[in-house]
Ligand binder design. Structure first.
Ligand code: TEU
Length: 564
């Protein structure tokens, strides 16, 4: 590998299709809505679109429960529309990366329907079926084969009375886990992946791909005080055969293809050490991973329903460690948000008085790290979290299941749960993209599947596209910098002022040129001394204020200086 792979100077834009743009007035975003916005994306300058699932699905987890991997759900369109989107992107020199969800299928996938039809069905072993715990009353609490909990509350096992066995589901009970120990499962997945690559797609974002290898003994997990279920994580996060499976996938699907492809593994719980193995090009596993350390720092014990204030030095320590570890070998993805995370400007910036300034600062600080940056739809507009009123305003299964469990089994009141849900729930990021100040933010002419944020009347694309000072146009400048300055794509990374509690400072350098990036994560003026007075005279290549003097930072200011 050249060390200068194409994806190192690329920027990826994530589209969550049901919330992006609705073309037929049914209140749900769709493929033709995306097609109508391709020039908006091209103008932004992004190179790749990562499209969250649009396959046939009962939509139990908004498409991450797939019932046909090789067809498009009618709510989003059809394969002809997908091909039109693909051609539209390629015609603009952009690529399409599909979302690969193969840790589990929908319970309505024919594979599962067959598997569940009888204990001796040939596909029984395509999923994880287990008898009740010995000596237990089948179907009653505690009879599950082990104590693992589901990510969406409740046990990770669902009882099937017709066969008297349980099936494993790390997520919703309509998302049964595939059994990757079975070579027939792996072959079927690789066939499907090849079918999509042969159709012209340019790679995959792989959903919880480090969960596909489980300890086949399915041992009990540790159960923390006050938790209803054990944590199976130690027995399926980056499990025993994960590297073998990803290397086999690479050989069966990606090897020998003569086009630039992108593979990014979504890996909750992945460690730096494992990520080095996953992304080391010589191992031919994946190009990069989504790790979750920096998005767990504002939660007590990683519990998103126990939010706490983020400490900047913790953030710098975490991201700095990933920069150092994957600096020479391997590669980082860079993100503040996605469809599972709260909106960046609300979570890491200030979505009130300093919304635009902090959104721009966050963009420059993130994108100028070493790695491939991901822009989540609406982030380029400075879209914010949503103030949901009642539980009936929510749509996300993770939220609804937690609310039910917390109010029925854990004795919390509705008000307590709603307060705990507000900062980090996934629906914050799933309110429709705000295109203009018309009804429903120009997202749909119908009734939106989830409410549009009322601030769409001021925060929207129409108000920003032609405003050179807008968040949108700042993103254009940041993205352009990765395309034009090799220091951004290929330079090394040195964290500066690690103990400073308000300023995020780092240096990027290549022989002959270097950048200094200074971000003020506070609303107060911050003097900055990086121990090198020569920077004071360096040229400013990017900033969110009119050029100032020296290195002092105004509220939420970002300065990017360059010197040869
Ligand atoms: O998310 C995996 C994952 O770890 C999420 O459960 C995330 O940690 C959690 O939502 C944060 O609270 C992937 C998809 O991105 C997510 O949308 C799906 O719900 C999930 O897998 C199951 O497919």
């Amino acid at each position: 590998r050249s060390g200068r792979e194409w994806f190192k100077s690329a920027v990826v834009y994530q589209i969550y299709p049901r919330s992006f743009a609705d073309s037929d007035g049914d209140g749900v975003g769709d493929l033709r809505g995306i097609i109508s916005r391709l020039d908006y994306l091209h103008n932004l300058g992004v190179d790749v679109v990562w499209l969250s699932p649009v396959y046939r699905s009962p939509q139990d987890d908004n498409g991450y429960d797939i019932s046909d991997y090789q067809d498009i759900d009618p709510v989003f369109g059809d394969l002809a529309a997908l091909d039109e989107l693909l051609n539209g992107l390629h015609a603009r020199g952009m690529k399409l990366v599909m979302d690969l969800v193969v840790n589990h299928t929908s319970d309505e996938h024919p594979w599962f329907v067959e598997s569940a039809s009888s204990r001796d069905n040939p596909k029984r072993d395509w999923y994880w079926w287990q008898p009740p715990r010995p000596g237990s009353e089948p179907g009653t609490p505690g009879a599950e084969p082990n104590n693992w909990g589901s990510a969406f509350s409740g046990p990770a096992w669902e009882y099937d009375p017709s066969s008297g066995e349980y099936y494993l589901h790390l997520f919703s009970k309509k998302q049964p886990d595939l059994n990757w120990e079975n070579p027939e499962v792996r072959a079927a997945v690789y066939d499907m992946m090849n079918w999509w690559l042969d159709r012209g797609v340019d790679g995959f974002r792989m959903d919880v791909i480090n969960f596909i290898s489980k300890d086949p003994r399915l041992p009990e997990g540790p159960r923390a005080e006050g938790m209803l279920y054990g944590d199976g994580g130690p027995h399926y996060i980056s499990g025993p055969r994960i590297h073998e499976f990803l290397q086999e996938m690479h050989q069966e699907v990606f090897a020998g293809r003569d086009k630039d492809l992108l593979t990014v593994g979504e890996m909750p719980g992945v460690t730096v050490e494992d990520a080095l193995l996953f992304t080391d090009p010589s191992r031919e596993e994946v190009d990069m991973v989504f790790q979750f350390e920096h998005v767990a720092l504002d939660q007590e014990g990683g519990n998103k329903w126990r939010p706490k204030k983020l400490v900047l030095t913790d953030l710098k320590k975490s991201l700095g460690r990933w920069q150092d570890a994957l600096g020479e070998r391997g590669w980082n993805s860079l993100y503040w948000g996605n469809h599972d995370q709260a909106r960046a400007v609300s979570r890491f910036g200030d979505d009130g008085r300093y919304r635009e300034l902090s959104a721009k600062m966050l963009a420059a600080v993130l994108h100028l790290h070493r790695g491939t940056p991901y822009v989540y739809q609406g982030e380029e507009l400075g879209m914010t979290n949503m103030a949901f009123g009642a539980i009936s305003d929510y749509r996300d299964i993770e939220v609804l299941n937690h609310h039910r469990e917390a109010t029925t089994h854990l004795g919390h009141t509705d008000a307590e749960v709603l307060a705990a849900l507000a900062p980090l729930n996934r629906d914050n990021a799933r309110t429709p993209v705000q295109w203009d100040a018309s009804r429903h933010g120009g997202f749909t002419t119908g009734a939106p599947w989830i409410a549009v944020n009322p601030n769409a009347n001021t925060i929207n694309a129409a108000a920003q596209i032609d405003d050179p000072e807008s968040v949108y146009n700042f993103y254009r400048q940041v993205i352009a910098l990765r395309h034009t300055d090799p220091v951004v794509a290929y330079g090394d990374f040195t964290m500066l002022l690690p103990e400073d509690e308000h300023v995020y400072a780092f240096r990027r350098s290549l022989p002959g040129a270097e950048l200094l990036v200074l971000g003020n994560f506070s609303a107060t003026v911050q003097p900055v001394d990086v121990g090198d007075a020569a920077w004071s005279g360096a040229a400013s290549v990017l900033g969110n204020y009119p050029p100032g003097t020296g290195l002092t930072l105004r509220p939420w200011e970002v300065k990017v200086l360059r010197r040869e």
